[in-house]
Design a protein around this ligand. Sequence first.
Ligand SMILES: [Zn+2]
Length: 76
Amino acid sequence: MMNCREATRLMSEAQERKLTLAESAELKIHTLICSGCKNFGLQMQTLRGLMHSFAQDDEPKNKKSDSKGSSDDTSL
Ligand SMILES: [Zn+2]
Protein backbone atom coordinates (compact mmCIF):
# COMPACT_ATOMS: atom_id res chain seq x y z
CA MET A 1 0.00 0.00 0.00
CA MET A 2 1.25 3.43 -0.97
CA ASN A 3 1.95 5.85 1.85
CA CYS A 4 1.22 9.57 1.94
CA ARG A 5 4.73 10.60 1.01
CA GLU A 6 4.69 8.45 -2.10
CA ALA A 7 1.22 9.63 -2.98
CA THR A 8 2.14 13.31 -2.82
CA ARG A 9 5.35 12.68 -4.69
CA LEU A 10 3.45 10.95 -7.47
CA MET A 11 0.96 13.80 -7.61
CA SER A 12 3.71 16.34 -8.18
CA GLU A 13 5.45 14.06 -10.66
CA ALA A 14 2.20 13.73 -12.54
CA GLN A 15 2.57 17.41 -13.48
CA GLU A 16 5.73 16.64 -15.40
CA ARG A 17 5.31 13.13 -16.66
CA LYS A 18 2.60 10.66 -17.37
CA LEU A 19 2.14 8.19 -14.53
CA THR A 20 2.12 4.52 -15.31
CA LEU A 21 -1.16 2.68 -15.06
CA ALA A 22 -0.05 1.02 -11.83
CA GLU A 23 1.04 4.30 -10.31
CA SER A 24 -2.15 6.15 -11.13
CA ALA A 25 -4.23 3.21 -9.93
CA GLU A 26 -2.43 3.11 -6.61
CA LEU A 27 -2.66 6.86 -6.30
CA LYS A 28 -6.38 6.76 -6.97
CA ILE A 29 -6.91 4.09 -4.34
CA HIS A 30 -4.87 6.06 -1.84
CA THR A 31 -6.81 9.27 -2.37
CA LEU A 32 -10.04 7.32 -1.96
CA ILE A 33 -9.10 6.38 1.58
CA CYS A 34 -6.89 9.32 2.54
CA SER A 35 -8.65 12.68 2.73
CA GLY A 36 -5.37 14.48 3.38
CA CYS A 37 -3.88 13.42 0.07
CA LYS A 38 -7.19 13.90 -1.67
CA ASN A 39 -7.21 17.53 -0.53
CA PHE A 40 -3.59 17.90 -1.54
CA GLY A 41 -4.45 16.71 -5.03
CA LEU A 42 -7.41 19.07 -5.25
CA GLN A 43 -5.27 22.01 -4.14
CA MET A 44 -2.65 21.11 -6.67
CA GLN A 45 -5.26 21.05 -9.42
CA THR A 46 -6.61 24.40 -8.26
CA LEU A 47 -3.13 25.93 -8.15
CA ARG A 48 -2.39 24.57 -11.57
CA GLY A 49 -5.59 26.03 -12.94
CA LEU A 50 -4.84 29.39 -11.35
CA MET A 51 -1.35 29.48 -12.78
CA HIS A 52 -2.74 28.54 -16.14
CA SER A 53 -5.24 31.38 -16.10
CA PHE A 54 -2.58 33.82 -14.88
CA ALA A 55 -0.33 32.78 -17.71
CA GLN A 56 -3.08 33.46 -20.23
CA ASP A 57 -4.12 36.74 -18.65
CA ASP A 58 -1.40 39.18 -19.65
CA GLU A 59 -3.39 42.32 -18.99
CA PRO A 60 -3.05 43.73 -15.47
CA LYS A 61 -5.75 46.27 -16.41
CA ASN A 62 -8.24 43.59 -15.52
CA LYS A 63 -7.19 43.96 -11.91
CA LYS A 64 -8.26 47.59 -11.69
CA SER A 65 -11.48 48.06 -9.83
CA ASP A 66 -14.33 49.23 -11.96
CA SER A 67 -16.69 49.57 -9.05
CA LYS A 68 -16.82 53.34 -9.44
CA GLY A 69 -17.90 53.12 -13.00
CA SER A 70 -16.47 55.04 -15.95
CA SER A 71 -18.97 57.91 -15.90
CA ASP A 72 -16.48 60.08 -13.99
CA ASP A 73 -14.15 60.08 -16.96
CA THR A 74 -16.49 62.24 -18.99
CA SER A 75 -16.90 64.95 -16.32
CA LEU A 76 -13.83 66.80 -17.51
ZN1 LIG B 1 -2.27 10.01 2.16
